[in-house]
Design a protein around this ligand. Structure first.
Ligand code: IPE
Ligand code: IPE
Ligand code: MG
Ligand code: MG
Ligand code: MG
Length: 303
């Protein structure tokens, strides 16, 4: 595919987001695949939990991770299919990470995606369980993919490793400990899931292991870019713009890229990291052109 134009990318991204959103809404709906596995009476007892899960899983996020997966897979933005289901599974892991990240014991945040956080609406115990349920169900989504067994096994392994103690959870641990190794924190807490997104797309595209590795590397570097921008926006952007409370990292005394290097240096780091990600994206096929535009979209959030 030639370089993606802005118009072509916008149309593809809108269709890809709609596919993932529709999948998630259906999966968690009262008549959807999750509810259908349950005894009717149990389903009615669990209506509160189901609705709390939907509140977070179907909330209006940017869906960057699904877009990376679908771009890497060469998906043309259909509404069904294995790539959309895998992208929805990844988004469930991400949604769980946000619900737990906002908990009083972690970042103690009140606002997420422009709405009160899960524990603010449903209570802390339910928010913990919403995260637990989203994590388990993500793997049920992968296990029931319409794909060859070896591809499913690869996807499960990649996502489990990225979500776990050597990936996102490990990064969150370093973050709450106030680790001075900010680049490692970024690579783990955010780079791991974005690396998994690109790698999972590459698995679904049937690439060989070396090509999957290249995709994983590009996604991971994009994750670092993403978190640099997130740290910057926490310091300089309004709550209306991010849908999250502004300035919370500084109020909490968090060690971030901005607290370590200052706003001006982080802005330069964003430019350098953007150039690095774009170079890596350009070598990838067939998703490179779209991945390159995603790099631009992430950088442009910095304003
Ligand atoms: C927020 O991720 C958590 C970070 C890794 C910074 P996003 O900014 O992708 O959140 P949503 O999904 O768009 O709400
Ligand atoms: C969280 O980083 C990354 C996750 C793994 C959820 P942040 O704590 O900076 O994310 P926000 O700013 O709350 O979205
Ligand atoms: Mg956090
Ligand atoms: Mg947070
Ligand atoms: Mg942040």
């Amino acid at each position: 595919m030639a370089a993606a134009t802005d118009t072509e990318f916008a149309a593809w991204a809108a269709s890809a987001r709609a596919g993932v959103d529709g999948f998630l809404e259906d999966w968690w709906s009262p008549a959807g695949p999750w509810s259908r596995e349950l005894d009717r009476q149990v389903a009615s007892h669990l209506e509160g939990l189901r609705s709390a899960i939907t509140y977070s899983a179907c909330a209006p996020g940017k869906r960057i991770r699904p877009l990376v997966l679908l771009a890497a897979a060469g998906d043309e933005g259909g509404t069904a299919g294995a790539a959309v289901q895998a992208a929805a599974a990844l988004e469930c892991i991400h949604a769980y990470s946000l619900v737990h990240d906002d908990l009083p014991a972690m970042d103690d945040d009140d606002l997420r995606r422009g709405r009160p956080t899960s524990h603010r609406v449903h209570g802390e115990a339910t928010a913990i369980l919403v995260g637990d349920a989203l994590q388990a169900e993500a793997f049920a989504m992968l296990a029931t993919l319409d794909a060859p067994a070896h591809a499913i096994a690869d996807l499960v392994r990649v996502l489990a490793r990225a979500a776990g103690a050597g990936g996102m959870v490990g990064g969150q641990q370093l973050d709450v400990e106030g680790s001075p190794h900010v680049a490692d924190v970024h690579r783990l807490k955010t780079g791991a899931l974005l690396g998994a997104a690109a790698r999972m797309g590459s698995v679904l595209a049937g690439h060989d292991p070396a090509t999957q590795e290249l995709h994983g590397h590009c996604g991971s570097e994009l994750g670092t870019l993403f978190q640099l921008v997130d740290d910057l926006l926490d310091a300089v952007a309004s709550s209306d713009r991010t849908g999250k409370s502004a300035g919370t990292d500084e109020r909490r005394g968090r060690r971030t890229a901005v607290s370590t290097h200052g706003v001006a240096e982080v802005r330069s780091a964003v430019e350098r990291q953007h150039a690095r990600c774009r170079r890596l994206a350009q070598d990838l096929h067939p998703g490179g052109p779209r991945l390159a535009v995603i790099c631009d979209v992430v950088r442009d959030r910095a304003g």
